[in-house]
Unconditional design. Structure first.
Length: 346
């Protein structure tokens, strides 16, 4: 990007009260000490009521609430928004697109909408698309959304009720790592609100010829009828993820720094990939930017997929000062996507 675009406001929405690891471990029949040792997440949020299993929120609900908070943070109204982009790996339905359901809740109409099907890199991919739409001069204000709900594929309370004897340790980890949530950012072509200049966005597929680190199935009626023969909803190669993500995250950081001509000591904050609370310190250690303060949330929120970068940006808003710089990094292990952004506070 030659001229920066700007992040004017950020917001998020986490459903319900937090579910602590001790309660979740008890429901799943897992040793809480094992959860602490290997996962490290303290709490996470779910759209389903843990007691009844009732779905209390949709992804569209969460996105609309997060967007409303982001617009309030930016000091703008829904009528100011000229396009909307949503990134998610878990839409409410194949059609209508969740972005349009959220837009309707916000009172948005007669504007372009886009929905990106992506995992952990999706939030930054959506910001990349939004930045391009603003930079071309056709729009002045856009809304970027990101969020995921795991209940469609990973409902820990339903799984606990049905018995977990057939799950492998790797499959069980998925029920402990993920949580639900959504986030949003208002982006503008000219400084407004927080006026964080988006200096660079990195978005690159790097997994050609390589096996996916994560696969998430989409089930239709035919799949459900297959019963036990249907593929597992989520499959992850945790060994490959643990080996690859720290190195890929460091490559993203240093590519962004080199592209901008920034030195490591010029960096005030780093927003690392948020896979689990236990893995985050290993990632941060390998980044090679010890002077930059870490901005993390996964220990309190769980891995919320496309919501996480926005949750981190919201936390960054409470500490960053004018003139300071930050890098946000995301790695998508489904097909090994590198993503990151650099911003500078006004």
């Amino acid at each position: 990007m030659q001229e920066p675009v700007y992040i004017a406001g950020v917001g998020s929405c986490l459903p319900g009260t937090p579910v602590d690891s001790a309660s979740l471990a008890k429901a799943l029949g897992v040793d809480p000490d094992w959860v602490e040792t290997y996962i490290g997440t303290r709490t996470r949020h779910f759209v389903r009521d843990p007691a009844t299993g009732e779905a209390r929120w949709s992804l569209a609900d969460l996105c609309a609430r997060a967007a409303d908070r982001a617009m309030q943070d930016a000091g703008l109204e829904p009528s100011d928004v000229e396009f909307a982009v949503l990134a998610t790996a878990t839409p409410d339905a194949l059609m209508p697109a969740t972005v349009n359901q959220a837009a309707e809740q916000l009172g948005l109409n007669l504007l372009p909408t886009y929905q990106l099907q992506s995992g952990c890199a999706g939030a930054i991919q959506a910001l990349d698309l939004a930045a391009g739409l603003l930079a071309c001069g056709r729009h002045r204000v856009g809304l970027v959304l990101g969020g995921d709900v795991c209940a469609k594929h990973l409902d820990p309370f339903a799984a606990a009720a049905g018995g977990l004897g057939s799950l492998s340790p790797g499959e069980l980890v998925s029920y402990l790592v993920f949580g639900d949530g959504a986030g949003a950012a208002v982006v503008t072509a000219r400084p407004a609100g927080r006026a964080w200049a988006l200096r660079r966005v990195l978005n690159r597929l790097t997994g050609a010829g390589r096996e996916p680190g994560q696969t998430v199935e989409w089930y239709g009626a035919a799949d459900r009828d297959r019963g036990p023969q249907a593929p597992r909803p989520v499959r992850e190669d945790y060994k490959a993820i643990e080996q690859s993500v720290p190195a890929m995250a460091a490559e993203i950081v240093w590519e962004l720094l080199d592209d901008l001509g920034w030195r490591a000591e010029d960096l005030d904050y780093v927003l690392p990939p948020q896979l689990s609370a236990r893995m985050t310190p290993r990632v941060v250690e390998q980044l090679g930017v010890p002077a930059a303060a870490e901005v993390s949330c996964v220990a309190d929120t769980g891995n919320t997929g496309n919501a996480l970068p926005f949750l981190q940006l919201e936390r960054l808003a409470g500490v960053i000062r004018p003139g300071q710089r930050a890098l946000a990094v995301a790695v998508e292990s489904s097909k090994w996507i590198k993503a990151g952004l650099a911003l500078e506070a006004a």
